[in-house]
Design a protein around this ligand. Structure first.
Ligand code: ADP
Ligand code: MG
Length: 699
């Protein structure tokens, strides 16, 4: 194997490749497009396309695809080959600028929430030149945005790019006030830590629930779970180590800067964290990472589970979205800095974030709302469904001093004034200090921990960028209007008044504690949107429509369609899970229990015939219990079946989603409880599925 430095990014049409393969002038113009979002004309696109194709062919590619991220949450691609037939029966390989910058996939089968009537099946994909093209399985993949004929976004990338523009604009206004006229762009940065489970493929293939839904719908708890905490950061088994090494190599070839790998809390659970990059690139990379994780697993006879809750009773998987803002001059705007003036600027950005999170708790919750993630949030492992901000003791002390107009430093008697004090350096918070906060300041960035493991990071970042941009806009409007000599006083006042107004959202304690949920909801009045159908209606509130339309991140139609898609997804997910359970119960579980009870009955009869006055207590008790449980499994399947029929009859999407959450999901849990109890009493040779012990402890 070659050195990492040699093959890193070898499958990416990156800056180095562009510079070496494009005419100087073309390269410069393309670079300008990438950096400033300038328009690219067709003649340049033609040259870029040509160079890209030559490079791709040399690296074994025969096809190209516009790679996009429809609202299904996964990526989509339609492959076209480069071939172009000649009259003499041969072909040449062609790829034009037009094919590079725009595609027209027939997109009628992607969810659009009514945005694109099916007779208008055309959707457009447009190249995102700020995310490098790459080669995957012999295909040149061009990262694109996906829109309808009318220009409405049908994907997650378009609004993400819009939100990045919005926050760029507002952050630049603030920086100008602090004298940074040289800064040209501010981009948000993201480092997503990705959790996953690895299980044996042979066992996976025996479980319809894993195959159809990504999680186990039945399964009694194993004698050992994660209670010993012996898996977290534990030494990595050889088979897993081989997988991780292979994964790193594949990711590195794609220019994905995979950095950290370790075992996670639950048995069979692991994590990968890349080095952070610009948000849209980090988003593309995370989508690719999830795909590569699954593909590499197959090569090792493993299956990578990205579901938020594959196993009941052990931790589920999440994704930590580390987020900050950085300038083209290399300044991290959430870095406290070395001088008081930098501190003041830092405190303003920090206040903007705090204000945004407090005012938009609903949107933060919605940004991570899926049926899968509902199993985690608030289930004593992930952060709760209540959104709060963790700042740590030091920063909280500074903020208290500002709020109360008291001295920060014990030695000093001068009240804390913004721009006068030099803040201490904050030690990078290792997450163990507070793993329970949904949104934690970790030294020079915020870590949003509510994300589910399988979801795209696009949505949370669209929300974060937009709401922080809104705060910055309000601050800039106020500060731009004051004369220079009043700037410092106004700045102090602005930070202070906002910290006081939004102190409710700050919580440094244990987020898993029931007491906190009580305090948050009863005393502080914070939102506790426990489930997806309860959260989603907030998305299209008047205030949120006003926010997104004014910021030009979503149109009202786009918002309504997205809300419908999310509700539909929720209903469909639970519907599929319920049908899978019925199938498993009817075809495998009940016949298995029945066969085992039949054997017990036969044994009892045989023993009694052989020995007069024979004691068959064990068999008789077991037979009685299992017969009882079998009846209750059966009755529960009937009840679940009935609730599914009732669900179909509800016409309001919102009410249907609530019904799925309460009635259907409730019936599923009852069915599971009966079947799981039966599993604990049925001989292993009769039980139709690999057990939790097999799945979790056999890699
Ligand atoms: P922990 O497990 O303590 O949360 P990790 O080191 O596993 O920390 O992950 C931290 C993540 O934060 C990494 O992906 C890292 O690249 C990312 N990160 C660091 N600085 C920034 C930043 N300025 N903006 C966004 N992400 C960042
Ligand atoms: Mg983390």
């Amino acid at each position: 194997m070659a050195y990492v430095t040699e093959f890193y990014g070898s499958l990416v049409f990156n800056d180095k490749t562009m510079r070496s393969r494009l005419p100087k002038d073309t390269y410069k113009k393309l670079k300008k497009t990438i950096e400033d979002g300038k328009h690219l004309d067709l003649s340049i696109a033609n040259e870029v396309a040509h160079a890209m194709k030559e490079w791709a062919i040399e690296n074994g590619a025969t096809h190209f695809t516009h790679w996009f991220q429809p609202m299904t949450g996964i990526t989509a691609e339609k492959h076209d080959s480069f071939i172009s037939p000649r009259d003499d029966g041969t072909v040449i390989m062609e790829f034009s600028g037009k094919e590079l910058v725009r595609g027209e996939p027939d997109a009628s089968s992607f969810p659009s929430g009514g945005l694109r009537a099916t007779f208008e099946a055309r959707g457009y994909t447009a190249w995102d030149p700020s995310s490098y093209a790459f080669i995957k399985d012999g295909t040149l993949c061009i990262p694109t945005a996906f829109c309808s004929y009318g220009g409405e976004a049908l994907d997650k990338k378009t609004p993400l790019l819009r939100s990045m523009e919005v926050i760029n604009k507002q952050a630049l206004r603030i920086l100008k006030l602090f004298g940074y006229t040289d800064v040209k762009t501010v981009k948000t940065t993201v480092g997503p830590e990705q959790e996953y489970f690895l299980i044996d493929k042979k066992l996976y293939d025996q479980r319809k629930d894993l195959i159809f839904t990504g999680r186990t719908l039945f399964g009694a708890k194993p004698p050992k779970g994660q209670e010993m905490d012996d898996h977290y950061f534990g030494s990595i088994k050889p088979r897993i180590a081989a997988y991780m090494m292979d994964l790193d190599n594949e990711l590195w070839k794609l220019g994905i800067p995979s950095k950290t790998k370790h075992n996670e809390v639950a048995p069979a659970q692991h994590e990968m964290a890349p080095i952070f990059s610009t948000t849209n690139i980090a988003t593309d990379h995370n989508q690719l990472t999830m795909e590569v994780m699954k593909k590499v697993a197959e090569r090792h006879g493993l299956v990578c589970l990205l579901h938020e809750k594959p196993f009941a009773g052990v931790n589920g998987s999440g994704k930590h979205n580390n987020w900050s803002l950085s300038t083209n001059t290399g300044m991290n705007l959430l870095e406290p800095g070395d001088t008081p003036y930098e501190n003041a600027q830092f405190l303003l950005f920090l206040t903007a974030v705090i204000k945004a999170i407090d005012e938009h708790q609903d949107l933060m919750r919605i940004s991570v709302a899926t049926a899968g993630n509902d199993h985690r949030l608030g289930a004593n492992e992930a952060p709760p469904a209540v959104v709060s901000v963790f700042l740590g003791d030091e920063l909280t002390a500074i903020i208290d001093a500002i709020k109360n107009g008291t001295a920060y430093d014990q030695k000093e008697q001068v009240p804390m004034k913004i721009g006068v004090h030099i803040l201490p350096r904050f030690p990078k918070d290792n997450t163990d200090r507070n793993r329970t906060s949904p949104f934690a300041f970790t030294g020079n960035k915020f870590e949003f921990r509510m994300l589910g493991s399988s979801a795209s990071v696009a949505t949370p970042n669209i929300i974060l960028n937009t709401i922080v941009a809104e705060s910055l806009k309000e601050f800039a409007d106020i500060l731009e209007a004051v004369p220079a000599e009043e700037f410092n006083a106004k700045l102090h006042e602005l930070i202070k008044s906002n910290l006081i107004a939004h102190e409710n959202i700050i919580f440094n304690g244990n987020g898993y504690d029931d007491e906190w949920i009580k305090e948050a909801t009863e005393k502080r009045g914070l939102l506790n949107l426990k489930s997806t159908p309860e959260a989603l209606p907030y998305f299209v509130s008047d205030a949120n429509i006003k926010l997104f339309t004014e910021m030009k991140v979503f149109s009202e139609t786009e918002m309504r369609s997205r809300c419908d898609i999310l509700l539909e997804n929720y209903c469909k997910t639970i519907n599929i899970e319920a049908l899978t359970m019925l199938d498993m119960a009817n075809k495998d579980i009940m016949p298995a229990i029945s066969a085992y009870t039949d054997e017990l009955a036969k044994t009892i009869a045989a023993k009694k015939a052989a020995l007069s006055g024979c004691n068959c207590t064990y068999e008789e008790k077991l037979l009685e219990k299992l017969s009882c449980l079998l009846s209750s499994v059966y009755e529960n399947t009937m009840a679940l079946d009935k609730s599914l029929i009732a669900a179909k009859e509800i016409t309001s999407l919102q009410q249907q989603a609530m019904f799925y959450k309460d009635a259907v999901f409730g019936a599923m849990q009852e069915l599971r409880a009966a079947a799981d109890e039966a599993e604990t009493m049925t001989a292993k040779s009769y039980w139709p599925y690999p057990s939790y012990s097999d799945l979790l402890f056999h890699v």
